[in-house]
Design a protein around this ligand. Structure first.
Ligand code: FE2
Length: 316
C-alpha cells in the first residue's frame, strides 16, 4: 500500500492552512474555496505534496493513503443520519472536509454531479436507515459490489478521495487493481472495443442516459479500466459477454480491502481500480462508520459542455 504518515511537525504545518481556508471561505462548497483550493494546497507540507504528485504522475499504485491527520471524535459529534447537511455554515467536521479537499486539489480539481446528492462537493458516506438494503454508498446490510465510480460517464472522476472520520467496526473499503491482473490478450481483446453499454448506477436516480464504450482503454499492455457490471447491459454477443465475465472473475480474485481509521484519507485511482464496501451491521445511533467523499478530475475542460461556466464545478 502506497502510504504516507504525517509527522507531528507536518500536522502543525497543515492545520493553519486548513483553518485559514475555512475561516475565509466557510465551507468546501463555497465557489471561492474551490477556486483557491489548489493555492492553499501549495502550502501543505512538501513531503505530502511530493507524495501525491508522484501518485498522480508515476501511477505507482491504484490507491494511496494519507494518514496522521488528527480527528477529535468528540468535536465532530455524532455520525449524521442522512447525507443532507445541516443548514449551519460550518458543520463540525468542516476542517476535515477542507483537509481532504486540499489533498485532492493536489491531484486535480474537485467537481460534483447535478443529479447526485444535490450537487454537494463533499459528501457524507454514512449508513442511512431507509437505504440499509440498497446497493448504495448509504447502504449497509448489502455488500457494495465493486465498481468504477460513475462508470456511465465520460466525465467521471480520475480519482475518488475518501476521508475516514469514524469506523468502529473496521468495515473495509474493498478494491482491485487492473495492474495486478495478467490478462490473456486473446480473451481480453473484445474489452478494448466499444461493445459495452454503461447505465447510471442507483446513486444517479434521475439520469436515464447511457454511453457505449470499451471497458479497457489506453496502453494495451497496461490498460485503464471502466467497469461496473451491476449497472451495465449484458452484451448480446457471446464473445463480449465471455470477455466481461473473464475480467470480472479476475477482479473478484484480486479483491482486497483496507479498513480506514479516523484521520486516514484514501485516494482511489478511478482509472486503475474498482472499489466497493463490505456489508456491515449499522446501528443508526450516531456511532456508525462515517466517511467523507470527493470527486476529482485531472481536466475540468473535458466536461466544459456539461458545466455552466468556466469555473463551474457542477456537471449536468
Ligand atoms: Fe463508489
Amino acid at each position: 500500500m502506497h502510504r504516507i504518515e504525517l509527522t507531528a511537525e507536518e500536522v502543525e504545518q497543515a492545520l493553519p492552512v486548513v483553518r485559514e481556508a475555512l475561516s475565509r471561505h466557510g465551507s468546501v462548497e463555497s465557489p471561492g474555496f474551490l477556486e483557491e483550493a489548489t493555492v492553499y494546497a501549495h502550502e501543505l507540507p512538501r513531503r505530502l505534496r511530493s507524495f501525491l504528485n508522484a501518485f498522480r504522475l508515476e501511477e505507482p499504485s491504484g490507491v494511496c493513503v494519507v494518514a496522521g491527520y488528527p480527528v477529535d471524535d468528540a468535536r465532530i459529534g455524532p455520525t449524521p443520519s442522512d447525507w443532507r447537511k445541516p443548514a449551519e455554515k460550518s458543520p463540525p467536521a468542516a476542517e476535515e472536509e477542507v483537509f481532504l479537499a486540499l489533498c485532492g486539489s493536489l491531484l486535480g480539481d474537485l467537481f460534483s454531479w447535478a443529479h447526485q446528492r444535490d450537487g454537494l462537493i463533499c459528501q457524507d458516506l454514512v449508513p442511512i436507515e431507509r437505504d440499509a438494503g440498497a446497493m448504495l454508498g448509504s447502504g449497509s446490510a448489502l455488500e457494495l459490489v465493486w465498481h468504477t465510480e460513475d462508470a456511465r460517464y465520460s466525465y467521471r472522476g480520475d480519482y475518488i478521495g475518501l476521508m475516514c472520520l469514524r469506523n468502529p467496526d473496521a468495515v473495509p473499503t474493498t478494491y482491485a487493481s487492473i495492474d495486478d491482473i495478467e490478462l490473456d490478450p486473446e480473451r481480453a481483446a473484445p474489452l478494448f472495443e466499444p461493445r459495452f453499454v454503461f447505465r447510471p448506477d442507483p446513486s444517479h436516480p434521475t439520469d436515464t442516459g447511457c454511453e457505449r464504450a470499451s471497458i479497457l482503454f489506453g496502453d494495451p499492455s497496461s490498460p485503464y479500466l471502466r467497469f461496473d457490471p451491476y449497472s451495465m447491459d449484458r452484451p448480446e454477443d457471446e464473445e463480449a459477454r465471455a470477455a466481461m465475465d473473464y475480467l470480472a472473475g479476475e477482479l473478484d480474485r484480486r479483491l482486497t480491502g483496507v479498513a480506514l481509521r479516523p484521520g486516514e484519507c484514501l485516494f482511489i485511482d478511478n482509472y486503475k481500480v474498482v472499489h466497493g464496501r463490505s456489508a456491515f451491521k449499522a446501528r443508526f445511533d450516531g456511532t456508525d462508520r462515517w466517511l467523507k467523499r470527493v470527486n476529482i478530475t485531472r481536466d475540468l475542460r473535458r466536461s466544459r459542455s456539461a458545466r455552466r461556466g468556466v469555473a463551474g464545478r457542477l456537471v449536468f
